[in-house]
Structures are given as structure tokens and as C-alpha cells.
Write a protein that binds this ligand. Sequence first.
Ligand code: ADP
Length: 620
Amino acid sequence: MPKHEFQTEVSQLLHLIIHSLYSHKEIFLRELISNANDAIDKFKYATITDDQFKQVTWSPRIDLRFDDTASERSLEIEDNGIGMNQTDLVEHLGTIAKSGTKSFLAGLSGDAKKDSNLIGQFGVGFYSAFMVANRVEVVSRRAGEAEAWKWSSDGKGGYELEPASKDTQGTLIKLYLNEEGNEYANRWQLEQLVKKYSNHIAFPIFLHFEKTEYGKDGAENTKSQAIEQINSASAIWSRSKNDLKDEDYIEFFKSTSHSMDEPLFWLHNKAEGTIQYTSLLFVPKAAPFDLYHANYKPGVKLYVRRVFITDDDKELLPTWLRFVQGVIDSEDLPLNVSREILQQNKIMKTIRTATVKKLISEFSRIASDEKDTWNTFILAFNRPLKEGLYQDFENRDTLAELVRFKSSKIEGLTGFADYQARMQADQKAIYFITGGTENVLRASPLLEAYRKKDIEVLICDDEIDDIVIQGYGKYKDLELKAVNRGDVADELKSETNAKAAKKAAPIINRIKTALGDLVKDVKASSRLLESPACVVTDDTDPTFQMQAMLRQMGRESEMPATKPILELNPNHPLIVGLKDANDETLDDTAHVLLVQSLLLEGAEIPDRVDFVRRLNRLLG
Ligand code: ADP
């Protein structure tokens, strides 16, 4: 029998699942049923869109069978969904197609408890079967094809693939249970697990078991084969909110999202206006592992009148809301709506706009009413909200009330409104600093004068803060001003500063000549107290952070290199002392001051060798 190797990532994931998730081993059933559900969804869609299947009569179902009599107990999960052919089996059960799997696996710690949470966000899926089985066989026949194939593996390195026979389309998964899994070859266990984890799967799940009838005297009488439906098989979102309990929502979320965690909160909404649709949307407790991957998997599935249409449409919600999971079910879209049509479809646009509004208003409500939930939420999703502030023009003012930043004045996070409430009476702008880690920013010489005057500065250590805040520009009528750009805040200007600047003018001019082309300008600064120098950029130039980002993306040629403006502290002894310096010392000091200021800003250094030579000369 041909033996195939697992892709390395599969082996790693298998190892992790088995070693980190064993205390949750029962979720294997939920995962396999969830896959069966997706396979049925896909075939149902094909019966609407694919001519070869339009005529078929077919009732979707999932069947569970077990054998507790053989020496090796076993359990079967069968669906009559889309099925897999040979290529599908190799691709889906021998490799992991998710983007970023490698980096995800590399990021794990080896600590079972921490890792199990992360694997939860990654989604465990099919491979969880190996927690309870010594060997797994998958016999599958793809809809419309005559051949069936059998995939089998002990989950240790590889799998075998061989032709098989199967009367019906779909997939049958047979688990040869290990010691951990023996308990699942049992009617009551299976029934209880299905009720707990998969009750609201929209298709019927049938359990096959041997029924024993007892006689009047209590003695065993007859045995017969019985088949019973054990789930409610209703699409949960189509039911009335009043009939549903929190547990129902939590179970549905877990059974469809491959998540180990409960959701943080959810929104169930039925729109009855001119356009009718239902949405059931979940916000998870933690960011999905692929949140920042370019080809992330969208979390929201589209249904039309309870029929699954797609789980891969990134246009259902704006990208910044990609952490939201769940279902949108429209009454008005045509069933055979194609992806291209979907994107221009007016109904879809209306649903999308309304859904975004609903979500944002729920976020706002939670921000004001539910502190604990909000704290978890903002910790996980502050960054996507910031993306929204940048991208979602229509909702930006509401989003501006939700995004949070660190601050020079308070612990934890704060928003624009709270900043405004704390502002001094004569303050004219909201100040922020970008370009480095929190520690670097907090220690920046640029903040010295602001601190002295007790002016709050937002500490923006998230790399997207720069673009987001500059892009937004103004909060209400308050300008958002970077402390490392352009002219200093009016609040910091004073007569004493002006006098000191005048006195230092000759030194400053000499330094300007010494630095020549390296700088855009050299000025006396009123933002510095303890430090001798700092660099800022001109209002119209891209910031150092922007340049660094473009450099990272290999796009530096798209903009001219920004020249820094060197600001000097006219009261600093080092600067005052330059009065009597000879040309060479002044020249070296000027260069060293420039480079140290650039270093603190995290900016590119023009010439390292030159810097070290000058520094050594000065030290000498
Ligand atoms: P996920 O479901 O998160 O994609 P899995 O590892 O559980 O990951 O499954 C991998 C893929 O295998 C699925 O995406 C699907 O294409 C395929 N698959 C798994 N189970 C079935 C099934 N019962 N019928 C058809 N395809 C399946």
C-alpha cells in the first residue's frame, strides 16, 4: 500500500493537539460533526448552482454508529455531503492549507496550557480525532464521481491511500478507539455530547444503536436495531431569541467556529424592513490566529433562506471587522447568487452597512456599560478598530470614540474623549508621540517640556498609530498633533525660550553650516529641558516611522528621504559650552548630536563609521 508522508506542519500540529488538548478530548466529535455539516452545506449549494446536481433528490444527514462488542471498539461518523476524491484527501488531510501555519507553530511555547488556548484559536479540526483513536479511516466519494478512496493513518508521520468502494456520496470516518476513546462507543455518551456541542447543527444527526426491550418481569426480552435523531437540527439563527438561552448560543459558536473558548459576546438580529435578513454574530475572546495574515479566513458565512452560500467572501463585512464570526442569512438574495454579483449587489450592500452599524453600536454600548467585557474586547481588537478609523469613512467619528491609546498621564488605556476631559483650559490640540516601543517613547526627550507643563501626550507604540492618527487629523475641533513633527506646540513657547534662542543663534548657525546637507534645518528648541538635542520632521514630510514602514515593504523609492530638523536646547551646558569650541570639535559634536537624536527616534543613521570616529575623537 502506498505510504504518504504528512507535511511537516501536520505532524507538528498532530503532536501538539494530542499533547495539549487531551483534557478536552471530547471535542473531537464536535470537530468531525462540524466538518460533516460544512460538507453538507457545500453539496446543498451545488444542488442550486451546479447543473449536474440540480435534479437530485437528497436528504442531508449525519449518521453516528458505534461498535462496543469487538475487541477493538470503534465509532463511525458519516455524512452525505460533497465528499472528497483522491486529490482532496491528499490536500485536505495530508497538508494544512491555512496561511501562516508555520509562523503559528513556531510561536508556540511548549507549555501545554498556553498552547491549548492558541490551538483553540487556530482551529483543531479533523486531526483532533487522533486524541481518541489509534487509527482513523476515511472512506470518501466525491459527489458526481464514481470512485471512492480510503485514507487511513495512525497519526504518526504518514497515511495510506487506496481505492475503495462506497455506495453513496459523502464521507465516512471510522475511528478505532484507543484507551482514552473507549468511552465514546456508547449510546448515552454520544447522545449527551451531541446535545452539548452540536445540537444546533442545521442537519439531522442520527444515532444507530441496539435497543433492548424488557419484558414485564424486568428480564431482557428482545434486541433490535434502532435509529434516533439526537439533535434539534434547527438553524439556530432562524429561531426566536426568546426561545434561546445563552448556552444555546455558546454551544453553537463552539460547534461552528472550531473555538475552544466561549464567545465574548454576540448579537442576534432579525431585520424585518424592506430588506429582510437575520444575523447572528459573535465576537471571540481573543483575536483569531490569522487576524494579521493577508489571506485570513473570513469569519462570517452567508446563507440565503437557510441555505449556505459561502464562507469565503471577504466583502460581507469590511476588513477591519474580520474578527467577527457567525452567520448572515438573507431572505431576499437569489439562491444562485454568484460571488461577482454579490459584490455589487444592492441588497448585500444594505445588509453590510446595517450590520456594521449594529456592531459598532454594540461595541459602543459595551464600552459604556460593561467594563470587564470592554477591557477584554479592547485588548484583543483595539488594532482592528484603529484600522476601521482609518478605512471606514462613514463610521470614523463613532470609531474615534472607541479606539484607545496609552498615555503619559494615566495607567492603562485612554480614549480621545477622556483626554479632552483632562485637558488644560488653554490647550489647543491633542498631542501624541509615535515611533518606538512604549519604553523608548516614554523616555523620549521630546516629552520633557510637555511633562513640565503637565500636558498629556498619547503614547502611540502601535506601528499603525502614526498613519491612523494622521489620517484622522482632527478629533472634533481639536487638532491631533505629533510632538515629533513641525513647529512646537504654542503652549510650550515662552519669552525666556525666545531669549535663550537669540543668545544661542551664533552656535546654531555654525552647527547648521557643519551639518550641511544632512539636515533640513537646525533650530533652537523650546521642547527640551534635560536633553541637549532632538530631531523632528517637517509638517509636510513623512515621519521617520512612515519611512521605516515603507523601507520594510521595499517601497522606499516611492518617497524622497526625509531630512530631519535638528533642534537644540539653548540652555543646555553642552550647547552653551560650544561657544568657545574650535571648528573641529564643533563639527564632531554637531554630528554626534544629530546621530544620537536620530537613534532615539528610531530613524536611519546616515554613516555609522563616521559617527564612531567622531565620537572617539571627542572622547579622546
Ligand atoms: P478545517 O475544517 O478547519 O478546514 P480540518 O482539518 O477539520 O480543517 O479539515 C480540513 C479539510 O478537510 C476541510 O476544510 C475540508 O475541505 C476537508 N474535510 C474534512 N472533513 C470532511 C468531510 N466530512 N467531508 C468533506 N470534506 C471534509
